[in-house]
Design a protein around this ligand. Sequence first.
Ligand code: GCU
Length: 414
Amino acid sequence: AAALSAAEPSFPDPQSLPVHTALPDPLVLTDGQPVTTREAWSEKRAPELRALFQHYEYGAFPPPAKVMAKVLREDKAALGGKATLREITLSLSQPEGTEIHLLLVTPNDAKKPSPVFLGLNFNGNHALLPDPQIFVPPTWKSHKGQTLEQSRGSEFDTWAVDQTIARGYALATFWNSEVVPDDKDAAEAMLKKFRPSGSAERGPSDTATIAAWAWCLSRAVDYLVTDPTIDARRIAVVGHSRNGKTALVAAAFDDRIALAVPSQAGCGGTAPCRVSEELAKEGPNGRPTVETVRQINKSFPHWFCGNFKAFNDEPARLPFDQHELIALCAPRPVFLSCATEDVWANPSGQFEMLRAADPVYKLVAGDGLGATQMPEVSKPLPSRLGYYIRPGKHSMTRSDWAVWLDYADKWLRP
Ligand code: GCU
């Protein structure tokens, strides 16, 4: 993780940044110098962008912690004998006393270490499989108003772990709210522990929830790279919606992550902050057509840093946009997964972000987005910068996973 270093640049106040109606050029440094080589990208522009994203949008990435792993339970006969399920407690050296309960399911017929999909879940590990023994953290709260018993196994088809196993992949997951609760008040108490100053108030560029969640994904990666059943070079991150925003941030900051699949991640993730006036206009329900910076800061103030709120009225002052978060993953494959009815997440804006990230991929990898126009509905575009839109709503489905596994098969060769 790129912590703000000694060479910390000075950041202008949000209000004094120039308005850039067009998307900022990812291949131009803040001082106006063009970026024309891979080295200039990785040594100058990428660190500059990581610092800008921390300062103005997500807040500081905490420094790495030590991770101690302990297997809480192992079931070698999970999924009808096809998989081994392990529940692994990751104890972090900081913030003190922090634990992540990782559910790791690996295929039993693997002859070599398996590639893995790692992602946050919304509802607790116990929602993924109908296994009454899966650990539930004492702080568990229902995301959907279900009782604990109702929630057990309720996301079996959302996660389709059996399909992932059948395709030769492992699955690693933990509950997003285990470390930082997804609640605007409860989150603040935990975020305080991430502040070196320990100050009561969250400062304008202090760690916010998405950065803390992404940092937790990197702590899970710390463990996964040591697990002999896992191929450390084939770790993919996945996540739906807020968890997709987080997956992309994790991949942008941690290059041990080999591939990212942000699903319907929208505003603050894979969709632009710069939204046309027409789409940003609030309708009779008080909401815009697509989610805007103002809207997301109002509904989810704990996700982003204080400075981000200063862009509510004029997101065009941001010295970056989300195409540059995608570009930070170059040369690693990124596959955006969308749905036609999920207008809120701005599917066409997400495609625009890929188009605008493409020049970086062309420079760094030689190839990027394999098209200039959005592919037809239900026809995946499996290029290094890939895109998929299917009919339907805001959800993660078994058939989405089938497409993501095909994409991973293409890009995560042993
Ligand atoms: C809300 C929010 C989105 C988010 C989504 C989700 O709709 O506005 O930004 O992606 O929740 O996480 O499901």
